[in-house]
Design a protein around this ligand. Structure first.
Ligand SMILES: *[C@@H]1O[C@H](CO)[C@@H](O)[C@H](O)[C@H]1NC(C)=O
Ligand SMILES: *[C@@H]1O[C@H](CO)[C@@H](O)[C@H](O)[C@H]1NC(C)=O
Ligand SMILES: *[C@@H]1O[C@H](CO)[C@@H](O)[C@H](O)[C@H]1NC(C)=O
Ligand SMILES: *[C@@H]1O[C@H](CO)[C@@H](O)[C@H](O)[C@H]1NC(C)=O
Length: 524
């Protein structure tokens, strides 16, 4: 029994474990990356690299965990400027000695043991040193990146690189940023670590990941990215100088609290939004297949959508936040809908009443375009962005008005099919809703022009959605146009339909209840 007590006493409290890596055979020109998975259940793990070759200039020692914040330090005590905490960590080691020692310290344990990836990348003395120019981080040579996020965007910070014989003031070292979306919408640790493994060496990074297009010089080390909640992605920088390159420590973000996946990472998971989505699906379907036929309903819906958008945008801009204004916007949108229906009922001028539909669908088409073009540097400037945006909308409207009935049908189908696709996209975790979300952020979020959009695209889900969108569009236009054949292009605004001259298509009921209309009011 006594023995048992002693044993249990031994297993509490700080315990030390050792990881020893024989570094023979790793060199800048040969095998330049060591990586291995470990599990630690103790407070301090000592990581020792032995037999480091003489031609090694420096090492980037990296530790990656998925959820738990750990500390990587070059001494077993915490010394200012010599440690880093978080989940994607790295320190640079350069010395003439042939052994390197690091410590992995666990402060707040999430689970009793933590799995981590230890990776060591090997560089030559003349390779650029990632994060070698002290700028803003505590650690003077900081090869890691720091990611922060809010609902709308992520910021990724890093330090400029240094190189042999290069001053940090006039830094001539070229920086390229890459990112890589995990091809799954999940917080699985396999997905996570596979993603990181693809971002460790310069060759792999260039092979698998996407170069960040938008490159505004002064922002190289403080980048802004549109946040796609729950879409895990890794960021990394490559520093190149005189034909030599070195990679920073990749950093991953889900854009949400991944430990709280169900509530924080699935966008708009509340009941209210679930209902909204179902309604969106139904109304979108109506617009897509019956929009022009059910003209009055369409007038109401378009007014409603317009009202909701305007209200939501105005409220969000004013309050610098857009949480919790959904219900108010819906209410006010309702009145817009009624108003727009009234305008049609009162005046019955098709040319006037189709304008709103065309503005909305033109805006949607402009959003789709700008979602693709948004990463060109020129569009970081608001004036360029909005000029292009309005040109697209105006061009669309001019064409739309010229072929008014068909323009209106196409507009209804564009809006309706997008609503259907966006709603389905929510259900199956696709990315189609971000077309609208990015437009909205551009309006509402300050400095969003600087953010890199490059939206995620899941190979199966999003391709499926795109194909479905095109099909919906074609079927919608076809059905609605066919219905309109041999009918007057626009339905009457009031119950004047009763005054239409009798034809084969007029229901018999009407002809019994009402006498045929007098000549002067006959529709052409
Ligand atoms: C890890 O640290 C970050 C930044 O300090 C913090 O926001 C996050 O909640 C921490 N995560 C855990 C699991 O403690
Ligand atoms: C740990 O890192 C700091 C900062 O880079 C450095 O000043 C210190 O000499 C290092 N300590 C050891 C034991 O290598
Ligand atoms: C690095 O820069 C930060 C911020 O400018 C400064 O507080 C820190 O003392 C610097 N560290 C070194 C070692 O120069
Ligand atoms: C690039 O990646 C593909 C698959 O992602 C792999 O098959 C190929 O071997 C890689 N090429 C290099 C040069 O790493």
């Amino acid at each position: 029994m006594l023995f048992g007590v002693i044993l249990s006493l031994l297993s509490i409290g700080p315990a030390l474990a050792d990881i020893t890596v024989d570094f023979t055979g790793y060199s800048p020109d040969g095998n330049n990356i060591y990586k291995y998975y470990y599990t630690s259940s103790v407070d301090i793990t000592k990581i020792k690299l032995n037999n480091i070759a003489q031609d090694v200039g420096f090492l980037v020692v990296q530790v990656h965990t998925q959820f738990e914040n750990v500390t990587l330090s070059n001494s077993s005590r915490i010394v200012y400027g010599a440690y880093v905490s978080g989940t994607n960590l790295g320190l640079v080691w350069s010395s003439l000695s042939s052994t390197a020692t690091f410590y992995l310290i666990r402060n707040i344990k999430v689970e009793s043991s933590v799995g981590f990836l230890l990776a060591v990348t090997v560089y030559d003395e003349y390779d650029p040193v990632p994060g070698g120019c002290n700028l803003s981080f505590d650690v003077p040579v900081a090869p890691y990146q720091v990611i922060n996020y809010n609902n709308d965007y992520l910021t990724v910070k890093s330090q400029p690189p240094s190189a042999y014989g290069v001053s940090c003031e006039k830094n001539p070292i070229k920086i390229e940023m890459f990112h890589y979306y995990f091809n799954h919408y999940d917080s699985d640790s396999r997905t996570y670590f596979d993603g990181i493994e693809k971002m460790l060496t310069v060759e792999d990074i260039r092979n698998v990941s996407r170069l960040v297009g938008k490159d505004l010089g002064y922002q190289k080390h403080n980048r802004m990215f549109s946040n796609y909640r729950g879409r895990g992605r890794a960021f990394v920088l490559i520093a190149s100088y005189k034909g030599r390159s070195a990679a920073y420590v990749p950093a991953v973000s889900y854009g949400c609290d991944a430990m709280n996946w169900k509530y924080d990472c699935s966008e708009l998971s509340s009941e209210f939004w679930k209902v909204c989505r179902a309604v969106l699906l139904i109304l979108g379907g109506l617009l897509c297949f019956q929009g022009h036929k059910m003209f009055r309903l369409t007038m109401f819906l378009i007014g409603f959508i317009f009202g909701v958008l305007i209200t939501f945008i105005v409220v969000s801009v004013e309050h610098a936040s857009h949480n919790g204004y959904g219900l108010i916007s819906l209410l006010i949108g309702f009145f817009y809908g009624v108003f727009w229906l009234f305008v049609w009922w009162k005046f019955g001028v098709p040319l006037l009443s189709v304008q709103l539909t065309m503005i909305l669908s033109g805006g949607l088409i402009a959003s789709i375009t700008m979602n693709q073009l948004g990463d060109y540097n020129a569009f970081a400037l608001d004036i360029n962005y909005w000029l292009t945006f309005s040109c697209i909308v105006i061009a669309y409207m001019i064409i739309g008005v010229a072929v008014m009935m068909h323009g209106h049908i196409v507009s209804c189908v564009v809006i309706g099919s997008y609503a259907v696709i966006a709603a389905i996209s929510y259900y199956i975790d696709g990315n189609m809703e971000f077309i609208f979300v990015n437009f909205f952020r551009r309006v509402v979020v300050k400095n969003f022009g600087y953010a890199v959009l490059d939206p995620p695209f899941l190979i199966f889900t999003d391709t499926f959605l795109c194909i479905m969108w095109i099909l919906l569009f074609l079927v919608g236009v076809k059905l609605q146009s066919r219905y309109q054949r041999n009918r007057s292009p626009f339905p009457p605004n009031r119950n004047v339909s009763l005054e239409r001259p009798l034809s084969e298509t007029t229901p018999l009921l009407y002809s019994e209840a009402y006498p045929s209309p007098p000549e002067y009011s006959a529709t052409p």
